[in-house]
Ligand binder design. Sequence first.
Ligand SMILES: Nc1ncnc2c1ncn2[C@@H]1O[C@H](COP(=O)(O)OP(=O)(O)OP(=O)(O)O)[C@@H](O)[C@H]1O
Length: 239
Amino acid sequence: MTDYVLQTEDVAIHYGGVKALDGVALTLERGQIRGLIGPNGAGKSTVIDAITGRRRLTRGKVTLGGQDVSALGVVERRQRGLSRSFQRTSVFGQMRVRQQVELASHQMGADDPGADADDVLQELSLDRMADTLAVDLGYGEQRRLDLALALVGRPSVLLLDEPMAGLSVQESLDLAQHLKALTTRRKVSVLLVEHDMDVVFGISDQVTVFELGRVIAQGSPAQVRADPRVREAYLGSAA
Ligand SMILES: Nc1ncnc2c1ncn2[C@@H]1O[C@H](COP(=O)(O)OP(=O)(O)OP(=O)(O)O)[C@@H](O)[C@H]1O
């Protein structure tokens, strides 16, 4: 049996009559990137919220490293290695880059927050900007700082909700390369919600397609691209 770093089983979140999610089963292996795609309102952000503990499950189970974390809150799940970064940049503009990352690491209870911060900054090519005020970073660098803040304390799973939003093509490519390198080097596993199809199909090991709160297809990027239902429902028949 495969040891999944993360697994959701029959996860449902209903808001009254609205089935934002219904019967969602997902797995994530160590060092794997799984892209989540689907039309607006398909339930992608709700899956992330269900996994982090931000939304209470109507039904189902979330396991992290084989342990059921469904009853745990957001902070407890983060302490157990489940980290997320948000669509909007969450940096404090008036703090220096390294100071901010070190503080976040300290808050996570890392043994050596300084060393943790240095590692993370180097991995995201932010080490040269360690003493720069966050407000003076370019937008692409700010998004990398956002990712750096999610990486302190060495999480095992990273949940990313549209990390490429607002980036130029070059900045997206750059962030995608950093993400891929991180999964190889740190063996961190990534669940990636992203509208940029080139990025999703370019760096994901597996892709899951949502429609109306349900999974309609999953598999390798090539399998998903070839799935007639996906082409019909989402990519358009010309994809
Ligand atoms: N708090 C809420 N109350 C009621 N319905 C909600 C709530 N949050 C989300 N929904 C509904 O749940 C469904 C899934 O929404 P969700 O935001 O997860 O979709 P999404 O795939 O992330 O969309 P997008 O790509 O636009 O971000 C939608 O129909 C949405 O209207």
